[in-house]
Design a protein around this ligand. Structure first.
Ligand SMILES: Cc1cc2nc3c(=O)[nH]c(=O)nc-3n(C[C@H](O)[C@H](O)[C@H](O)COP(=O)(O)OP(=O)(O)OC[C@H]3O[C@@H](n4cnc5c(N)ncnc54)[C@H](O)[C@@H]3O)c2cc1C
Length: 359
């Protein structure tokens, strides 16, 4: 019997697997695809990420550096309100390569990674967990003391174990233009109900156009309208789900959820790479597979660290649905040089300020 089975070798699962294996646990990772594919992410991250990646990752996967954002209430022709710093705030990375680096680091630490293993069921009992996977050879069963569901927004682990769902799943669409753009500003368009559209310069890798919205708001049609307004034809397209709003419980008797499976994302950007890896570290630090009662320590630790940021992020997101005139005034008053950390809204706002602004 393994100490832990991790389902999903995305950033959250691989980071957890690496840390748990490094502490001497026997870790089995089951991943349905080749690692990192298919792509469904912009890979726009704060520099905190480098605290949790193996040496040499940054040099290998950074595509561009960003020092600010231009917000528009409307399409590309509407006036821009710039928020910026004099130094780099965030970086645009090759997301497929990130997943590969993190998975290799987990293997180097001793984790046993099996690709093309799609988990179809998981159950808990008094002595451990049983996980059933579809493999190239047929079906296989695996046993462990505890189970980590790091299997993304539509988590099969969450469903099999009967843990609650996130509040919402947004639909994100991405398209890529191959013209190089080494600019250091992203564009954000507040003309999508409940969320926004964006343009990210990816250096020599080209330009990314993206949009996320509630599924009923026709994200694909809106995406096409945006790229038409920019006058571009995107060559490559992909899409994915963004979970927003963690459920009240992300642990069961012998199971914990991590990353998108637990909706550990920023409600105001949809970004989840750093939060998922942060939560992975809390899990690896607090959970002892031989003592499932320690799952409660993980539940407490990640919420203490990220709960307030997520709650503030949800308040910021409310501003996306304010009347356009109010948004313009708000942007005009707050734009300019900023000191905010993109993963930590509490570095700039208090709850009272946010509530007052949104109301
Ligand atoms: C359009 C879009 C743009 C985004 N842009 C950004 C961004 O710029 N910055 C940012 O920080 N975040 C961004 N995100 C969010 C980010 O992609 C996620 O928060 C992040 O990938 C979560 O990591 P994870 O490891 O929890 O899950 P995932 O990365 O989803 O990894 C889950 C893994 O589990 C595997 N898996 C799933 N089901 C099974 C199964 N049944 N059996 C075995 N394996 C399984 C999957 O193949 C996958 O490898 C974006 C998301 C979308 C949709």
């Amino acid at each position: 019997m393994h100490d832990v089975i991790v389902v999903g070798a995305g950033p959250a699962g691989s980071r957890y697997a690496r840390q748990a294996a490094a502490s001497g646990q026997s870790v089995l990772v089951l991943e349905r695809g080749p690692v990192g594919e298919p792509l469904a992410c912009s890979g726009h991250v704060s520099r905190d990420i480098w605290e949790r990646t193996p040496e040499g990752t940054r040099e290998a996967i950074v595509q561009n550096q960003i020092s600010g954002a231009r917000f528009h209430v409307g399409g590309p022709d509407s006036p821009a309100h710039a928020f910026y710093r004099d130094e780099t705030i965030s970086e645009v990375i090759d997301r497929v390569a990130l997943d590969r680096h993190l998975a290799s680091a987990a293997e180097d630490a001793g984790a046993d990674l099996r690709v093309e293993h799609t988990v179809v069921d998981a159950t808990e009992d008094a002595t451990g967990v049983t996980v059933t996977a579809r493999t190239p050879e047929g079906r296989a069963e695996f046993r462990a003391k505890i189970l980590v569901g790091a299997d993304g927004p539509r988590s099969r682990v969450r469903q099999s174990i009967g843990l609650p769902e996130p509040d919402e799943l947004l639909h994100g669409v991405l398209g890529f233009d191959t013209s190089a753009d080494n600019g250091d500003r992203v564009d954000v368009h507040l003309d999508v109900p409940g969320f926004f559209a964006w343009r990210i310069p990816r250096g020599e890798a080209g330009v990314e156009y993206g949009l996320a919205a509630r599924p009923e708001a026709d994200p694909v049609e809106r995406f096409e309208a945006m790229t038409d307004a920019y006058g571009v034809e995107t060559a490559r397209r992909c899409s994915g789900l963004i979970p927003i709003g963690p459920p009240d419980r992300v642990t069961a008797d012998r199971t914990l959820l991590l990353g998108d499976a637990a909706a550990q994302t920023k409600p105001f950007t949809g970004g989840g790479i750093n939060y998922g890896m942060t939560a992975a570290d809390h899990a690896a630090r607090t959970v002892d597979p031989s003592d499932p009662a320690t799952l409660a320590d993980y539940e407490r630790a990640w919420r203490e660290d990220l709960g307030r940021e997520i709650a503030m992020g949800a308040w910021i997101r409310r501003a996306y649905d304010l009347p356009n005139a109010v948004q313009r005034v708000g942007l005009r008053l707050t734009s300019g040089r900023v000191g905010v950390h993109m993963d930590r809204p509490s570095t700039i706002f208090s709850f009272d300020q946010l509530r007052a602004f949104v109301r």
